[in-house]
Design a protein around this ligand. Sequence first.
Ligand SMILES: Nc1ncnc2c1ncn2[C@@H]1O[C@H](COP(=O)(O)OP(=O)(O)OP(=O)(O)O)[C@@H](O)[C@H]1O
Ligand SMILES: [Mg+2]
Length: 239
Amino acid sequence: MATTNTMLKVNGLKVAYGGIQAVKGISFEVQQGELISLIGANGAGKTTTLKAVTGTQPMAAGEIEFLGKPIRGRGAWDLVKEGLVMVPEGRGTFTRMTITENLQMGAFIRNDREIEADMDKMFALFPRLKERRNQLAGTMSGGEQQMLAMGRALMARPKLLILDEPSMGLSPIMVDKIFEVVNDVHSQGMTVLLVEQNASRALGLANRGYVMDSGEITMEGPAKQLLDDPKVRAAYLGE
Ligand SMILES: Nc1ncnc2c1ncn2[C@@H]1O[C@H](COP(=O)(O)OP(=O)(O)OP(=O)(O)O)[C@@H](O)[C@H]1O
Ligand SMILES: [Mg+2]
């Protein structure tokens, strides 16, 4: 019998900010090796969901399991060490550090001997970062900072890579580059949870997708099926 390997399981998650319910009891899961897209309009609750998953926002109800173990009560840092790594909305690079230093920070939790080799891999994946390796992160363009943020996350050797709107605010060429890298990383075996407003591109790469609206998951299914769904096309693909 084939066994599926559940990397992330979210069950009945609710998150509130004071009296405001931002996430109203959602359930979804990510299997090992999958690329899952979570799409939805502004304010749908996508980032809030990711904050709960990464242990940076308390849950009001529900359960989240990463690699079969509840995350409740475990710190964000502990989860990073277990391989749950997020590139946050807005990138979160260390602006006053160089590119090399930012990448080294990504490997801070590691003590193996392959950190230097992984740095070389990041520079191969993002030649632009190599050219600029001594430049301060804060002086780089938005697209370069997104590459750096992704490179830094990969330096942690994640088991699950979570990306919150990586293409936001980027030029078309940079958007292409970012989606290309997401696709490459997934093709090499990485499990990815991709939150995007660029629904067509995100679903174009994903295995499965979830649509979030006003704190609830309103649709889910194979990415291709969602891409072909008239309701998705009307609401999220501008048709
Ligand atoms: N720190 C906060 N305090 C109070 N309300 C918040 C906070 N953060 C988010 N919210 C509210 O929670 C709801 C969900 O926000 P969230 O950022 O999760 O949406 P999103 O789907 O990520 O949107 P976007 O696509 O614009 O990033 C929104 O109504 C937002 O105003
Ligand atoms: Mg968001």
